[in-house]
Design a protein around this ligand. Sequence first.
Ligand code: XIL
Length: 376
Amino acid sequence: MTRRRLLPSAAMLGLFGATGSGPASAVSDDSLSQLAARSGRYFGAAVRIEDILAEADLRGTVLRECVSLTPEFALKWDAVERSPEAFRFGPIDDLLSFAVQQGLRMRGHTLLWHGSVPDWAQAQLRSQRSWTLVQRYMEAVLSRYRGTIGQWDVVNEPIETGYRMDGLRGSVFLEAFGPDYVVRALHEARRLAPGAELMINEFALEADSKVESDRRYHFLKLLERLKRAGAPLDGVGLQAHLDLSKGPVRAVVYAPFLQDIAGLGLFIAITELDVKEYDYAQPVDRRDRDVADATARYLDIALAQPAVRGVSTWGMSDRHSWLRVTLEDLARHQGSWKDGSTPGFNRGLPFNSSMRRKPMYHAIANALQHAAARRG
Ligand code: XIL
């Protein structure tokens, strides 16, 4: 295992000192973090250290807007241990150094996620069903970051409906250890990082559809079972990858769900907010307005719930978004783009690809302001 490297090199310090160019338009001088703080909340974003080091405008924007960072990729199992015992902590150490240096918090995303188990570990889990493998990995990560990362997504995306009575996803963890793997992982995390807040993070829980209503039901049932079993679970992460094809989020549906989570004594974080567009053929103004409206609608409902502690977006600018305009999207428009331009990026993050604020930015700012006003 490589040695812990928390202090940044001089070169990195030089880079981190620069705050880059500020965002262009200025409606409010307050950053999203400052606005969030007015209702006792935080604002943050998912980032990659390579981008932060290479792009001064991104660095400046992150430093201006965020108090919390989430590693988009570097802290996933397949990034940390691509081959057995060959741990690669460099990128996450660098990001953590940046965060510590700048007084930012970092979320621990994520320990057990079916989407980021390296192939070799999947094979071993399936053939040996040995908890020791999971334990060893959790120990390597949690012992290294015990003092610096105070919050962990211990299990990411455990729910999948339509397969089992308990709504658990048929992941490699379920296959190897049965439905108790969630509670086991939480206990393991508590043992290895006693001071950290432990969370379950989940997606697709906000839409007004049959599928997502089933997902909400099974998610709540899982939380209830965990609480009843005395599992050390402190909070819940709601990813909130909004999707314009799914129609508007409705308060009558979503607010009671948030209240049910709060009723179990859990705090809530909005962990991965972004918006997947549907109609890329619309003029850009219209696209940006639709994205902003969906964001406003969602956040007004979410931030009315006092248990919601803060909001992170899954990236800052469209140029870093994991959402791409796909071939399917193109096919839907039969290749014709109304304004004759190329489709470019999905526009579902607060800054455009030149790091200018978009209407989504203002939608977030307004929602945070409303929340502060409500709290009075
Ligand atoms: C995504 C990243 O954005 C990609 O870069 C990576 O290749 C795959 O994972 N839900 C999650 C995140 O919890 O970890 C995912 O991030 C997006 C969906």
